[in-house]
Write a protein that binds this ligand. Sequence first.
Ligand code: FE2
Length: 532
Amino acid sequence: MSDKKTDVKDTGEKTGSVWIKNVSLSNRVNEDAIGIALTSVFQFERVFKLISRLVTNIVTAKYSSIMLIEGDILRIKYSNHLPKNVENECGVKVGESISGWAALTGVNVLVKDIEIDTRFAKKNNIRYSSKSFMTVPLLVSGKVMGVLNVNDKINGEVFSESDLNTLKIIARYSAIAIRNATLLEKAKKRSIVEQLDSDYYDKKDKYLPVTLKSLKIGPFNKSELYLRNNANGEHNYVLYWKGGDRLFANDKREEFIRKNINKLYVPKNGRKQYLRFMESNLEKVVGHEETSAKEKLGIARDIAVNIVSDLSTVPDEVCNIERAKQWINSIVGLVRNSGNNYIDMGSVKVDGPYLYGHSINVTMLSLIFAHHIGLNLEKIRELGLGMFLQNIGMKDVDPLIINKPTKLNSDEYTIIKKHSEIGFHMLQETGQVSPESCMLALLHHENLDGSGYPHGLKENDISLNGRISRVIDVYSAITSDRPYANARTSDAACVIMKEKMKGLFDTEVLGDFIDFVKSASAANKSTVVGAQ
Ligand SMILES: [Fe+2]
């Protein structure tokens, strides 16, 4: 870039007085300088200020306003010297008044005296000392996006054809600058998923970048981590951390930061690593206003599958329990932010290995239902975490028994039933799970009439969360494909539970749950978890 261009660009961005010399050399408007200045700024506020300053200094007009089309209305987005009440007026319909006419026709308007101009003849607005003004459409690709209005030449003269030509140049590049700012604004509002994808996930590359901030102690301890070198315009990846090493410790992270290394890379061929990365961003994803609830739930569901998968491998590892808690907290936030809107639970349902899907389905369902019936935050969290971990004791049960496609024999059933107590003790021993959540591992197969296991508890011996967990556990099971039975519809599950499983459930909880399921189904015009 030449010195001159650099000078123009810098002064253009600053909208300083030096810049004026560049755009109006020897009393001749420097179109290049205007173009470079206006196309070098990208934020709306700065674009508008620069346009206004150009008009004031080059066209030497006291008043200016930028109006943009929203639907069929022109609205003032920025003005110079206009009173606030004028700026805040509701706008002008496209086609009406002079600004609206210019916006509709795309024709430049130069009026020397509004009171005698045969096109618009009307009384001059007392706000302006001159009866002369200009309105120029803002056009991009032949389409009008708004208009630039200019009133009152500072020296009191009427605006000339030369002024109009100058204003047209300013308007031409102003439209581009406004379009650029609009695109930038849209980019900022892109879905967080798209942002993460484009920021961190280069589709052409074989490695997935992870920021050091997202590298917590432990999460990547089984991954290979790579450093990236840039040489001759190409990326080379150097193995830094061999898979199988146990810890990625703080001192390592600090060492990278000292060396100005902000990202490390994992091989992209592992979806797991990607989900771990997304997991470390879940809070950000859930809080992102532009991402739909359905999309958020989809991401949360995928992350949950990954966590459950890790839990099934190392169920009592503190790190994995902590991950489950953080996931629950994020989803509770998401559910609470949904207000009184029913979440489309159909988008939450997890298919695949029954136990993975079941744990996540019952958890999602319990969080949404608990919020719906007004349980307090602590109770919702305890219920959710308990549901998430309730089958953790299945880890040691032979998968051949869990996935047996036919009826279990009595020995196999006895083995299965042990998962409640095994899970309860496993969770207790971590010291990381509250007693109420631990209890759900023990209670989720207890029936109100005492016919459940492992202890055959009855009625008030089973906590409210325990009674909720039983209803949701059975509902989720009936509405999911299991090794020995096909999924039933939501309506069928409600009928079965109400009429064919009498005595097993707290009638009040079951009634509330069925009402909730039916309302959610109707609200979403889709079926609830598991239903077809
Ligand atoms: Fe269970």
